[in-house]
Design a protein around this ligand. Structure first.
Ligand SMILES: [Zn+2]
Length: 138
């Protein structure tokens, strides 16, 4: 009984995390963009599919920051799935992946350039900045 209630607490915390805005990975990316001088972005832009995290309207560029676990990245962080509640996590993550793919296709079709930055790619800041600058066209 105790175990059950503690795992449901964890689940709701995780649910909050996925819905929450301004997650740490997003803040890192936005900080890097500001440092590089790419200002004037909109965040969680409602008028585009999936409310992209960072949007440059004039340049028609979108940057998506994905947490590895929730978005099912094929990396160490993303494949570290909890053993408990697998019947919950596995379909949930698969559903997120499909949704991400759909949003990506829709954005591309609408003529937007899309860069996906994964959580696990944030540690190497010089590499991150290089990618961001390359994407933004500098
Ligand atoms: Zn990853």
């Amino acid at each position: 009984m105790r175990l059950q209630s503690s795992s449901s607490v964890t689940r709701s915390e995780n649910m909050r995390r996925i819905r929450s805005k301004n997650t740490k990975p997003e803040l890192i990316v936005r900080g890097a963009l500001r440092e590089l001088g790419f200002l004037g972005y909109r965040i969680h832009y409602k008028k585009l599919p999936g409310r992209p995290d960072v949007v440059y309207l004039g340049k028609r560029k979108v940057i998506l920051v994905h947490g590895c676990f929730w978005h099912g990245h094929n990396c160490k962080l993303g494949t570290r799935q909890p053993l408990s509640n697998r019947e919950y996590w596995v379909p949930k993550i698969e559903c997120n992946r499909q949704r991400d793919a759909r949003h990506l296709a829709e954005l591309t079709q609408l003529g937007w350039s899309v860069l996906i930055v994964w959580e696990c790619e944030l540690r190497d800041r010089p590499a991150l900045c290089k990618r961001l600058a390359g994407f933004m066209g500098h």
